[in-house]
Design a protein around this ligand. Structure first.
Ligand SMILES: Nc1nc2c(ncn2[C@@H]2O[C@H](COP(=O)(O)OP(=O)(O)OP(=O)(O)O)[C@@H](O)[C@H]2O)c(=O)[nH]1
Ligand SMILES: [Mg+2]
Ligand SMILES: [Zn+2]
Length: 331
């Protein structure tokens, strides 16, 4: 549920003696030796349980189904990208970088636009339409007035882990407080000319939203990383996925930069943002040619726009080769 200094707070599948629901656990050293980092959202096996003290040790980590790298959350089934409509002003490039990070997990991606109370109805409608054209169904809401909060609760009240992520000061913790009033999480006002957040939330933590449904609050940050491989960028844009359809682009290894004949074309809203991110990813790849995706180290690897558990070394070499082959195949 949370990482607290040297301890992991673990929620039990079933309450133990005395109705104990959560255990404060240390990590066994052999977990550390395999290089496995435990993330919030991981499923673990515990041993050496001290029921009266509600303490135990983590003995094993189960394989992950997904991993969001930043904030680090394992096994999420939904990433909810949260940005404010105002204070701080909505920056389409920053929102895009968050969406790319979310899309890389391969799980469902939602967009929440907060602080709707600060914009007029027509201004809200403009953003709603714009996000729809990007391929998302945004939830516009206000934690202050409560507008739209109930609809989001219904949407999120399904089994699994959902993660709120976005810049600092956009109202993630305020939204969680509106969804689960008992929580009373700390929030603080944005400051300065740019209305920046103050990094109020410091840790990732899971909170129960409905039976079986967990929602994570996370610390805001401003600039998510791009994928290490520039060619992996295109499929993270729903607009490009839609234009590629089943057939793909007619050009081999096309980066869809607006060349005549490319099926992706350039007449879509985020095309300039795509080009910007592509150039940034290419510069990054040129600077650090052997940059390994951090997902690799975390026990997952990038495949298409999904990440999957890292395979045994021998299988891995083979599957890399196979993947490279299919990357180079003509559609
Ligand atoms: N007008 C308005 N202000 C809001 C709304 N939601 C949050 N705020 C304000 O925005 C500021 C930041 O809110 P937080 O909930 O702390 O933001 P956060 O995203 O959790 O920020 P970090 O924890 O730093 O990542 C606070 O002053 C909130 O009162 C809203 O719906 N409308
Ligand atoms: Mg917060
Ligand atoms: Zn193309």
């Amino acid at each position: 549920m949370a990482l607290e200094a040297n301890f992991c707070r673990v929620q039990l599948d079933q309450p133990g003696p005395g109705g104990v629901q959560q255990l404060l656990c240390v990590r066994r050293t052999r977990l550390g030796k395999t290089g496995q980092q435990i993330c919030v959202g991981d499923r673990v096996r515990v041993e050496g349980i001290d029921w009266p003290e509600a303490r135990a040790a983590i003995a094993a980590l189960e394989p992950r189904r997904s991993l969001l790298e930043r904030p680090a959350v394992a096994n999420c089934s939904r990433v909810v990208v949260v940005v404010a409509l105002a204070q701080p002003q909505l920056d389409p490039l920053q929102l895009t970088r968050f969406l790319l990070t979310a899309e890389r997990t391969g799980v469902d991606v939602d967009v929440v636009l907060t602080k709707a109370d600060l914009l007029s109805e027509p201004e809200q409608a403009q953003w709603r339409d714009r996000l729809k054209a990007w391929g998302y169904q945004p939830h516009l809401l206000s934690a202050h007035s409560g507008a739209g909060v109930e609809a989001l609760r219904e949407h999120l009240a399904q089994p699994g882990i959902a993660v709120l992520c976005g810049p600092s000061g956009v109202g993630k913790s305020s939204l969680l407080n509106a969804l689960v009033p008992e929580l009373a999480l700390r929030v603080s006002a944005v400051s300065g000319r740019l209305q920046r957040g103050r990094h109020t939330t410091r840790h990732v933590e899971l909170f129960p939203l409905a039976p079986g449904a967990l929602l994570a609050d996370s610390p805001g940050f401003n600039r998510p990383d791009l994928p290490a491989d520039p060619a992996a960028l295109a499929v993270l844009f729903p607009e490009i996925r839609e234009r590629l359809g089943d057939g793909g682009c007619r050009f081999k290894n096309c980066l869809h930069q607006g060349d005549p004949g490319c099926v992706v074309g350039s007449s879509w809203d985020r095309h300039p943002l795509y080009l910007h991110c592509l150039a940034a990813a290419q510069q990054q790849a040129a600077r650090e040619p052997r940059l390994r995706s951090s997902a690799d180290a975390a026990g997952l690897k990038q495949r298409g726009h999904r990440e999957e558990p890292v395979l045994d070394q021998r299988l891995r070499t083979q599957s890399r080769r196979r993947r490279r082959q299919s990357d180079h195949e003509e559609p």
